[in-house]
Design a binder for this molecule. Structure first.
Ligand code: TPP
Ligand code: SF4
Length: 299
């Protein structure tokens, strides 16, 4: 991948005054993702914080055409867009579906698996803020164990986080990537690269959320960096089955020195009720996953 920050397109596709919260990790990631995707893009988006960011009809803060679809049908609506473009012989447009973790890991998984199995020619982007944030922080299957949510208010979430990247890999996709808004150049390059592939491509954005995770809006970039330093979020791409670390994770894989997850947990109010056992277990599962990645990395 290239090394030049000045390669990033200066054009903005999100206008000032979007309705996302201050310090929203999704907004930051989306800004750079849209720069990489460019204007020859058609978006399809289910109910989520992202629909709020886009705004209420007839006003929008995003300068790219967008279809609002139902929760369960995100990937099906992308399949429809792809088929429609083919029917009218329009070429040169990228169909991109963008959903939260609720709309991907839980409600959207059936249509996504179907489209991926058919090899539909589109990019599916999941921004993972680890909960149903737009409706007030309910637990999803992406919520990490030990986190408080409004549906796990006393004991915290007890179950492990679903490994959606692994599930998508089982579909033998040509391109899969994990990105983080604290590393915009890495994110930009992966979105640019994803456009070059045919078939279903999957990108997962680690998306810090100040109100849902209970930290101050000014700390979003810091939280994102801590996630990478600890291995909670790993920057990588899988190209036709070949796994490689990228960016800061690549450096950490060489040096082998990651921060303890305790530093990450202490920085967020959502983990204030987490038990010691849960924290030890989380560290173990992060270490195991990291070792698995190290074993399979091609460079
Ligand atoms: C079928 C259906 N069920 C429930 C809702 C209510 N709803 C709107 S947004 C949302 C949360 C979405 O969570 P997620 O996909 O993780 O995105 P986020 O809000 O975190 O951006 C819910 C439950 C809805 N719009 N449609
Ligand atoms: S609730 Fe979280 S994800 Fe939603 S707009 Fe606010 S900061 Fe962003």
């Amino acid at each position: 991948m290239g090394e030049n920050i000045f390669k990033i397109d200066e054009r903005e596709y999100i206008l000032p005054g979007s309705r996302a919260c201050q310090g929203c990790g999704l907004s930051l990631a989306y800004r750079h993702a849209l720069k990489a995707l460019g204007q020859n893009t058609i978006l399809t988006i289910p109910a989520s914080c992202l629909t709020v960011l886009h705004g209420l009809y007839p006003i929008t803060s995003v300068e790219i055409p967008c279809l609002n679809c139902t929760f369960a049908s995100t990937a099906a609506s992308a399949s429809g867009l792809v088929a429609g473009l083919k029917a009218i012989k329009r070429t040169g447009l990228t169909v991109v579906a963008v959903a939260g973790d609720g709309g991907t890991y839980d409600i959207g998984i059936q249509a996504l698996s179907g489209a991926a199995e058919r090899g539909t020619d589109f990019i599916f982007v999941c921004y993972d803020n680890e909960g149903y944030m737009n409706t007030g922080t309910q637990r999803s299957s992406a919520t990490p164990p030990g986190a408080l949510t409004t549906t796990t208010p006393v004991l915290t979430k007890l179950e492990p986080k679903k490994d959606m990247l692994k599930i998508m890999e089982a579909h033998s996709l040509p391109y899969i990537a994990s990105v983080n808004p604290s590393y915009p150049r890495d994110l930009y390059e992966k979105f640019t690269k994803a456009k070059l592939f045919k078939g279903t491509r999957y990108i997962q954005i680690y998306a810090p959320c100040p109100p849902g995770w209970a930290y101050l809006p000014k700390d979003t970039v810091k939280i994102g960096r801590m996630a990478v330093e600890t291995g909670i979020c790993v920057l990588f791409e899988i190209e036709n089955g070949r796994f490689r670390f990228t960016g800061r994770s690549k450096v950490l894989a060489k040096k082998g020195k990651r921060l303890s997850v305790a530093d990450y947990l202490d920085a967020q109010g959502r983990f204030r009720q987490m038990s010691r056992d849960q924290a030890v277990q989380l560290q173990q599962s992060v270490d195991e996953k990291w070792e698995e990645y190290v074993r399979r990395a091609v460079e």
